[in-house]
Design a protein around this ligand. Structure first.
Ligand code: ADE
Ligand code: ZN
Length: 351
């Protein structure tokens, strides 16, 4: 018999099923961070790339991180198996199938072209593979999606500009640009000019800020890069003025709870600032970041925060609603998916 555990909302379907079937949008997931060890080994064999471990278990055992940099070292190493357009298509497709199984209805995928072009992989191969998987997902899974090109902030602004030049003939395939990699010591302002150029070209902008870096980086991302969303932003609570501004301006934050614990931004989930961010009225969304490395996809992130903070169904639903609202979907598609969320919630209430 399936357990029908009662939660604070009453004797309805159990919370786990509610979270699984909740329509979701994912706005913060790095496609390279969805590379499961099984696929990594397969691609390594296919492309003749040597890996520092022999088995899937050995790979997983290596996924113990002390901070963001210790993770990034492993993440970039994993990227070495990605060489052909087909590899990128297989990678993204594997993620999209898993996301679909968790009722993710819309995805905005980050990708790090510099991690590939630096190794001699053509920008076009990366883009072609990712686009192929996204088009297949739209056709076969009814999951919509787009791509956000992230600049690696540990590299120079000139390097970012050269990457933008590679992307220039393909801008219609990008929803926007982002900023990721090592945050400390690489403030958003370092990329002011290239982001201004991206905005002139009609690209939306987002940036990782306030993950390991100070709240001032959040302000800088808003002012110098004119971002539409802040990725992570969990350290905002250290500065009341920053929280106030995020609330007043309704800036969406793409929070990745399992990532934050795995990278030791917080030692335990119950120390996470999510609850305080929600109480401050911030437009928080829940995301997986690099699910193959952090022990869970978006559903597991919802489960973790619901359990740690005892979130009600209404609170969980608000987190999901924020993601559709903060997405770069066209208005009609957004309205359709919000209606799907509303009818799901209405059916759940009626049960
Ligand atoms: N690249 C992949 N995951 C990242 C994260 N959590 N922070 C910064 N850069 C990243
Ligand atoms: Zn991230």
């Amino acid at each position: 018999m399936i357990a029908r555990t009662q939660d604070a909302d009453g004797p309805r379907r159990d919370m786990r099923a509610f979270l699984r079937d909740l329509p979701k949008a994912e706005l913060h997931v790095h496609v390279e961070g969805t590379l499961e060890p099984e696929l990594m080994m397969e691609l390594a064999a296919r492309n003749g790339v040597a890996l520092p471990f022999r088995t899937v278990e050995e790979a997983r055992a290596a996924y113990e991180f002390t901070d963001l940099q210790s993770f990034l070292d492993v993440y970039y190493q994993g990227c070495a198996v990605l060489r052909e357009a087909e590899d990128f298509a297989d990678l993204a497709w594997a993620y999209l199938e898993r996301a679909h199984a968790q009722r993710v209805r819309h995805v905005e995928l980050f990708f790090d072209p510099q991690a590939h072009t630096e190794r001699g992989v053509p920008f076009e191969a990366v883009l072609e593979g990712l686009r192929h998987a996204l088009e297949r997902a739209r056709r076969e899974l009814d999951v919509s999606g787009g791509l956000i090109l992230c600049f690696l902030r540990h590299l120079s602004e000139d390097h970012a500009r050269a990457t933008l030049d590679l992307a220039r003939p393909h801008l219609e395939h990008l929803q926007g640009v982002g900023l990721d990699s090592s945050e400390r010591g690489n403030p958003p302002g370092k990329f002011r000019d290239v982001f201004a150029e991206c905005r002139r070209l009609g690209l939306r902008t987002v940036a990782h800020a306030g993950e390991e870096g100070p709240p001032a980086y959040i302000t800088e991302a808003l002012d110098a890069l004119e971002v539409r969303r802040i990725d992570h932003g969990v350290r905002c609570v250290e500065d009341a003025a920053v929280v106030e501004r995020l609330a007043a301006e309704g800036v969406p934050l793409t929070v990745c709870p399992l990532s934050n614990v795995k990278l030791r931004v917080f030692e335990r989930m119950d120390e996470h600032t999510l609850r305080r961010m929600m109480e401050a009225g911030l437009r928080v969304t829940i995301n997986s970041d690099d699910p193959a490395y952090f022990g869970g996809y978006v559903e597991e992130n919802f489960v973790a925060v619901q359990e740690s903070f005892g979130l009600s169904r209404d609170e969980v639903a608000a987190l999901s609603r924020h993601a559709f609202e903060a997405s770069f979907l066209e208005e009609d598609a957004r309205a359709r998916l919000l209606a799907e969320l509303d009818s799901y919630l209405a059916l759940d209430r009626a049960a």
